[in-house]
Write a protein that binds this ligand. Structure first.
Ligand SMILES: Nc1ncnc2c1ncn2[C@@H]1O[C@H](COP(=O)(O)OP(=O)(O)OP(=O)(O)O)[C@@H](O)[C@H]1O
Length: 600
């Protein structure tokens, strides 16, 4: 077993999105593009050079035809070398331009991803209650890609379109009338582009949001595959996915229909220009006012205009998709965390006196969980919280660690409102072990050391021992280095809970909330864990949400919660003697856990 490797340091995003929501999406994204301006401008500059070279080619062709072929001189070889040289230079410059452009694109994508992830990871519980995972996955993958493509490739396509300006200038210098004829179709193309833009925008938005719905269904089915199988719900879920996929198909077909109506016209208009050049140019040659070389050159120019204009059409479509995607990304980035860091954060070590004073709390969806709850837990004592399901027990820990803020009253630690503490300092000192812990797909050692990545192995083992995990971990093929499967499914529910308890104990927080943290552990193992915990809990403020009678035995006092308020408080024996509601709740627990014994 080796020491955990130090995580490598990766560059931070070079800039961020402009927070001013009144600005257009492009203006808001500009700081990110500008942060990479050196590479982008190099690429654009090279593209420009490439174009200037490329635009010379038809002209040299014209000179070759008029001065060598038609004039029947011996200068042909000179023109051929000239053309070949221009082709090589243009190829090389374009290669460099493309390399720099792709680099810009991936730098922008890297920044966007990091900005998005840094924001997501700081969002509070309430945010994750509201949004669906699949929706977020799609916003942080395909939406980012759509924006990145446009931000990096858009300017390049615009530069490519400059070829029209150069070509037009050269054509004007050769034969002004023919130049005007060759460019006649361009205003029509521009106008069609604008119409197409209007038609495509709503569909692009629809596609992105429907793709996100598909991602949500897939995500839920993969995560919930065990439930789907347990209830033989495969067919129903497949139908659900098919219906989401059908909605995407409809949107894509609508998109394809609009494109197929506009794109061919947009792409082929320059070809119409060819016919006009032949008609007008041919007439001028017959009249003797233009040369054959000029017609050949103008043909090449009109053909040369096609790719940029095709790309212009593509850019208009990319722009629509990017605008829709950017708005979806900004929706996330503009959501402020309702859990604000205090202006003058306190970072003092906590002794552990906890007080809930008149606490009222409703979840973001409006569900009222606490209705004026008063509870005081002295430093270093252990309190068991008991109550019917939904009475508000788990909510206590969530408010104590500021996963949510109270809607009324206050939660205090050492006499200070939790909103005065620096968030990281508060959460380091208030450890919470949930009943359904999440384990990462890394080694058990790294899972336990999640809150203290630099912990020595001996400390990890000591925490695991106290949590009753050491025995089964050592029995695994690679012991503490065993990498557990996604979500730790290769471990049993009880084993996962024990790893989670070890994870919290390793951080050694002065305040610990065990939220039914041993519910999946069998009674004998639980008793062993309790024996170890008893020592560890001695000088620590501990709130234990208990669904089992055996867990109550760990506590100095018991608090009965009913309907978001403290209904009674005392020792187990006192409550048993004086509180019929407590006896009722215990009776429910006993029937739910029939073979359990009240601990001595
Ligand atoms: N994330 C949430 N969003 C909305 N309502 C919630 C959320 N979590 C809990 N609730 C609701 O708040 C109330 C109190 O929930 P809480 O989890 O504190 O109860 P509990 O006593 O711990 O229940 P249990 O014993 O079943 O775990 C319940 O009505 C519950 O449905």
């Amino acid at each position: 077993m080796s020491a955990p490797p130090q995580p490598p340091r990766y560059p931070a995003p070079k800039s961020t999105i402009d927070p001013d929501q009144s600005r257009s999406w492009l203006r808001r994204a500009l700081p990110i593009v500008l942060a990479h301006r050196r590479v982008l401008l190099t690429s654009l500059g090279l593209s420009l050079v490439g174009l200037l070279v490329q635009v010379q080619i038809p002209n040299v062709m014209r000179l070759g035809i008029d001065h060598a072929l038609i004039a029947r001189t011996d200068r042909l070889a000179g023109y051929v070398w000239w053309l070949a040289g221009l082709a090589v230079v243009s190829g090389f410059v374009n290669y460099l331009a493309r390399r720099f452009l792709l680099r810009t694109a991936y730098e922008i994508e890297y920044d966007l991803r990091n900005i998005m992830y840094a924001h997501l990871i700081r969002m509070p519980y309430g945010f994750y209650d509201r949004v669906q995972t699949g929706e977020l996955m799609s916003r942080s993958s395909s939406d980012i890609r759509a924006v990145q493509m446009y931000l990096a490739f858009g300017p390049s396509i615009l530069v490519q379109c400059l070829i029209a300006v150069f070509a037009f200038a050269l054509m004007l210098s050769i034969e002004p009338l023919l130049a005007v004829v060759a460019m006649a179709t361009m205003p029509v193309i521009a106008l069609l582009g604008v119409w197409m833009r209007r038609a495509i925008f709503p569909v692009s938005w629809l596609i992105q949001s429907r793709l996100a719905q598909v991602a949500t269904v897939v995500d839920e089915n993969i995560n919930g595959v065990r439930i789907v199988k347990a209830f033989a719900g495969e067919q129903r879920q497949v139908t659900l996915l098919a219906s989401a996929a059908d909605r995407v198909r409809w949107a894509y077909r609508r998109d394809a229909y609009i494109r197929s109506r506009w794109s061919p016209t947009l792409e082929n208009l320059p070809r119409l220009g060819l016919a006009l050049v032949l008609l007008c140019g041919g007439w001028m040659v017959i009249e003797g006012s233009a040369t054959v070389g000029a017609i050949v050159a103008f043909n090449s120019y009109v053909l040369m205009l096609q790719p940029p204009f095709r790309m212009l059409g593509m850019m208009i479509m990319m722009g629509q998709r990017a605008a829709a995607s950017a708005q979806r990304i900004y929706e996330v980035l503009d959501t402020r965390s309702e859990i604000a860091e205090p202006a003058d954060p306190v970072r003092t070590p906590i002794l552990g006196e906890v007080e809930f004073a008149g606490v009222e709390f409703a979840y973001p969806d409006g569900t009222v969980a606490l209705r004026g709850l008063d509870l005081r837990v002295s430093a270093g004592t252990t309190v068991a919280v008991v109550g019917r399901t939904g009475s508000g027990k788990s909510t206590l820990g969530r408010l104590l660690a500021r996963y949510y803020d109270t809607t009324g009253g206050s939660v205090r630690v050492d006499g200070r409102d939790v909103r005065e503490y620096a968030l990281d300092s508060l959460r380091e000192q208030v450890g919470i072990v949930p009943d359904e812990p999440f384990l990462f797909s890394v080694s058990i050692r790294d899972n336990i050391a999640f809150g203290r990545p630099d912990a020595e192995l001996a400390d990890v083992v000591a925490a695991a021992r106290a949590a009753g995990a050491d025995g089964f971990v050592r029995a695994l093929p690679e012991g503490y280095d065993t990498v557990i499967g996604e979500r730790g499914y290769t471990l049993s529910g009880g084993q996962r809970q024990r790893v989670a308890i070890a994870r919290a104990l390793l951080v050694n927080p002065p305040v610990l909330v065990l939220d039914d943290a041993t519910s999946a552990v069998d009674v004998h193992v639980e008793q062993r864990i309790h024996a170890a915990l008893r020592d560890l809990l001695r000088n620590r403020t501990t709130i234990i949400v208990a669904h089992r009678l055996s867990t109550i035995a760990l506590a100095d006092t018991v608090v009965l919660i009913e309907d978001g308020r403290v209904a009674a408080q005392g020792t187990h024996d006192e409550l048993m003697a004086a509180e019929p509601r407590y006896r009722d709740v215990l009776a429910t627990m006993q029937s739910a856990d029939a073979d359990e014994q009240v601990p001595a």
